[in-house]
Ligand binder design. Sequence first.
Ligand code: NDP
Length: 291
Amino acid sequence: MHLIDGNQIATALIAELKAEVATFTGRKPCLTLVRVGDDPASVSYVKKKEKTAAEIGVTSRIILPPVTITQAELFALIDGLNADPTVDGILVQSPLPKHLDEVAVFRRVSPAKDVDGFNTLNLGKVAQEDDTGFVSCTPAGIMELLARSGTDLKGKHVVVLGRSLIVGKPIALLALQKRAGANATVTICHSGTTNLPALTRQADVLIAAIGRPEFVTADMVKPGAIVIDVGINRVPDATKKTGYRLTGDVHFPTVAPLCAMITPVPGGVGPMTVALLMKNTVKAFHLRAAP
Ligand code: NDP
């Protein structure tokens, strides 16, 4: 079994971006992060994004509206960022408080600054295999992980567990694309799928993104499969200082010995998500600078 080291691959990508940004004279790319409220996971994600931006030389700005912000106020804030010529990328951290319509907020971000890739236009461009848009960071990170660990999806059966707009749907579309590295046969499973283990056992590449701790067990995996564990779940653990431990959607101890390759949690897909956000921000900077 080979462990796909997301930290190492993300570090390589970050070093490439840092070298590229160092060549920019004048203004540096600017990423604005909007975090509504104090969801603990969001606090740590935004911190990590801010830290990585600084490492690369990307300017970051953090806006922290109160949890009581209305939809109209958040729209006005986004409109201001859309119009601000010094801002290249905008990320509104998900999940948003329940009273806000997340998809409407994603739509409000200008497609040209939508480095999170959730605007309708950018999601549509993934379906149309149009490279001028932004691919959402976690799915793009998974494709990069696979490519940099020498996996060509061509002809492989990719089974995606989960159909969210953030992970499941876009990763399925990317694996399906008719291009080098992709070209897979794709099955998407969700909570309405019957006999799920029979489908997951057919996977050459199994991508688990359901948000259920250690859901995928050894009996659900074909020996020799490649397993990408997207899940980040906080499980109560009294032995930890924080009171919880992080676990993926895959039961790592029993599944890993079966696999050709597997991503750990933490240290697999997570670091790639942040690295791809930086890649998208640099891309937004280039696209906006182009005549
Ligand atoms: P969502 O909750 O939005 O979607 C979960 C999906 O899994 C849904 O499609 C749901 O089906 C499906 N599902 C849930 N339970 C089952 C089940 N028992 N059997 C079959 N399908 C099921 O989650 P996200 O896609 O946003 O996130 C998934 C996981 O990935 C989470 O742990 C999240 O923390 C993590 N994540 C990690 C990132 C990273 O950077 N590594 C980034 C984003 C997310 P249905 O549609 O029918 O409800």
